[in-house]
Design a protein around this ligand. Sequence first.
Ligand code: GLU
Length: 280
Amino acid sequence: MIFTARFAPSPTGPLHLGHAYSAILAHDMARAAGGRFLLRMEDTDLQRSKPEWEALILEDMAWLGLTWDGPVLRQSEHLDGYNARLDALADMGLLYPCRCSRADIRAALAAPQEGSPHEVYPGTCRHRPLSNRGPGDALRLDLARALDQLGADLPVFSETGPAHEGRHRIDRTTALETIGDVVLSRKGENIVAYFLASALDDAEQRISHVIRGEDLFDFTAIQVILLTLLNLPVPVYHHHRLIRDEQGKRLAKRDDARAIAKYRREGVSPGEIRRLVGLR
Ligand code: GLU
């Protein structure tokens, strides 16, 4: 399989130094391997995604000297494809409708959960059949059933990033305690959750190596579970360090002070950006 990496920004703000690091790393790893580097706009958040941000991202990428292969994939143009995969999970009996609000979930949880990437859903709506789905309901994955379906040998994935390097087998207890019944289709809008769309596109675009920030490591197990349930290939993952500000906080989209566009305006060169993020 040809080494294929991608950069998958959400066009909801300007690229900052952290994105530039991620894009350059994925690009350079792909080129060094004689492979392909693809670009994908993760624009399923239809409210916050804007064509102006996409245009600026493309401009910044070109300015950084990054070239990508083939056309840009826009997730907003493939919503039917994601829904077909949701239907497949529904046919396997793994989805249920959920009408809980954030406040309902908080109230149902005995104590706030520490050390997990999000609140683990307490299962209030798990008994509801899909036929009971109301127009405003989200769809959740019944994780225990999904794991049953995968059998005793849960899937394994490879990680090549420095913090978690090695082979990881999904662990049932950890998955139930830290992931739980995640939302796969968001309330009201009928729009697929970004981490499902992202995993499906990694398969669709035949990504061999998912190179992305360490902050997304916690999504890997659920993405591997979903890909395996759908009989799709599981890529190798590589989670890289995050670029932090002087206070040690990771950069956020609103961190305009470190926007690539701002450095460009100030006359900083692409080579200097590479050095700023610790690359040559
Ligand atoms: N769209 C996500 C982001 O901008 C990245 C998802 C991924 O790389 O898997 O944070």
